[in-house]
Design a protein around this ligand. Structure first.
Ligand SMILES: Cc1cc2nc3c(=O)[nH]c(=O)nc-3n(C[C@H](O)[C@H](O)[C@H](O)COP(=O)(O)OP(=O)(O)OC[C@H]3O[C@@H](n4cnc5c(N)ncnc54)[C@H](O)[C@@H]3O)c2cc1C
Length: 438
């Protein structure tokens, strides 16, 4: 009998396995595809690896701004794809090392039986029993039901990452994080890109000022953004929308992902929205059965999956811990980068009421380092505080927002005021210093 059985080897699954092993638990982990899950194999890592190559290319073509003459700059997409595979292999090997000591079973598993604190799992016709079960089965692409969706020129994000060529003319359905990152990748490499978004703005979950800033930047660079536009069908030449036909040799559909409950059907677990319902300790309705990561549908990000998994294992070990969602950063790796944590202005207004919060916005140009390294860029940093001065939201656009957002994450996580944050000594010159000016 195992102490813990884990369904799924993505960030939630492998984090739980590594943590449980450290506590001396006897662990079995099932993975139907590749260890590392979507994040390492078809999500965070491959997108960022390709984006990095494409940014180097685009920045090289603009090197003259910095007094560097780089003539005849070109790129080899095949080499970028090979590098992506190397990066994935390296990281997957690292994860396997972290969970060495767990029994790793390759195959799609399913729960065959449950009685309190004893779950039976079947995989490759073998039976496994465990006192605790962690469901970490992640999520899958959710495609809209559109006429022509199965056409050859239609891809989802997974297929797009494996295309051997850069599209000449791409239509991206969905202006969320994934759509914006692919728009950045392909436009950096010379594609003509059109984003079609049904809502009035792209990146609708981000603060509106950030969304407007990046929309203007993309438009200046030639990426066409069509908001409040519905795709009605896929045509042989592209897509038919509420605003007419848009041509494209490739149509990328990234209209969201949905939790994947494969293998857990017999448990009949209650759902919240699309995901498995859990409490703040990641417990499901059944004793000894936990869920973490995208399958809960609560915060579909790799770092949330990892934290939720750690909370679940702590609960199994009777270690006091709890999942909180007020300080989870979200990043869009376009250029310039976007990063945010906490409430947006709209949320602050809805939750706290019109006169109970303050907003201050500064251009990133306030930072000397930013000016030195970001020719022609203004950037934006917006901090939202409650009426006691406690920071409740921070929104940034400007490089390297993905790194410096960590300062705001800690400030919000610790309930700090802007005054307390301003007393912390940060290195100079760094872009993160901007947070001391609020
Ligand atoms: C294109 C793209 C880019 C992304 N970029 C980012 C980013 O930059 N930052 C970020 O934080 N997040 C990003 N994400 C989201 C991130 O990948 C997910 O939030 C994260 O992978 C969730 O981890 P997980 O462990 O819950 O599930 P997953 O990573 O989905 O892993 C679940 C695993 O379970 C396996 N599995 C499922 N059912 C079974 C079964 N019955 N038996 C055995 N195995 C099973 C699957 O094969 C899969 O490997 C991105 C996603 C995509 C698609």
């Amino acid at each position: 009998m195992y102490d813990l059985a884990i369904l799924g080897g993505g960030p939630a699954g492998y984090t739980a396995a590594a943590k449980a092993l450290k506590h001396g638990m006897n662990v079995v982990i099932f993975e139907g595809d590749n260890i590392g899950g979507v994040c390492l194999n078809a999500g965070c890592i491959p997108t960022k690896t390709l984006l990095y190559g494409s940014k180097i290319y685009r920045h090289s073509t603009e090197a003259a701004k910095y007094g560097v003459n780089a003539s005849d700059v070109n790129y080899d997409y095949n080499a970028m794809l090979k590098r992506k595979e190397r990066v994935i292999r390296r990281l997957v090997a690292g994860v396997k090392q972290q969970i060495k000591g767990a029994t790793m079973v390759s195959g799609t598993a399913r729960v065959a039986n449950y009685r309190e604190h004893v779950t039976t799992i079947v995989c490759n016709d073998e039976h496994y029993e465990a006192r605790n079960l962690l469901i970490a089965t992640g999520s899958v692409n959710a495609s809209p039901k559109l006429e022509g969706i199965t056409s050859e020129h239609v891809v989802d994000s997974t297929a797009a990452l494996n295309m051997s060529r850069v599209p000449k003319n791409a239509v991206i359905i969905g202006g969320g994080v994934i759509g914006m990152e692919f728009a950045q990748l392909w436009s950096n490499l010379g594609s003509k890109v059109t984003i079609v978004e049904a809502l009035p703005i792209v990146l609708a979950n981000f603060d509106e000022d950030i969304s407007n800033y990046i929309s203007q930047t993309f438009s200046k660079r030639g990426v066409k953004i069509m908001t409040s536009t519905r795709v009605e069908s896929i045509t042989g030449q592209g897509v038919m929308t509420s605003a007419g036909e848009i041509s494209g040799d490739t149509v990328l559909v990234c209209t969201g992902r949905r939790p994947n409950m494969t293998g857990t059907e017999i448990l009949n677990l209650p759902l919240t929205g699309n995901g498995i319902s859990v409490d703040s300790h990641m417990r499901t309705a059944l004793p000894g059965v936990y869920a973490a990561g995208d399958v809960t549908g609560l915060s579909m990000l790799a770092h949330s999956a990892e934290r939720q998994a750690a909370v679940a294992v702590n609960d199994m070990m009777c270690i006091e811990d709890e999942m909180r969602y007020n300080a989870i950063p979200a990043v869009v790796y376009c250029d310039p980068e976007i990063a945010a944590v906490g409430l947006t202005e709209r949320q602050a207004k809805e939750i706290l009421g019109e006169n109970n919060y303050n907003i201050e916005t500064l251009p990133m140009l306030f930072s000397g380092r930013f000016v030195a390294e970001n020719d022609g860029e203004q950037g934006l940093c917006k901090v939202i505080t409650d009426k006691h001065g406690i920071i409740i939201g921070t929104h940034m656009v400007g490089n390297p927002a993905s790194e410096i957002i960590a300062i705001a994450v800690m400030a919000i996580g610790q309930g700090m005021t802007t005054e307390q944050l301003s007393r912390i000594i940060l290195p100079h010159p760094t872009v993160g210093e901007i947070l001391k000016h609020f």
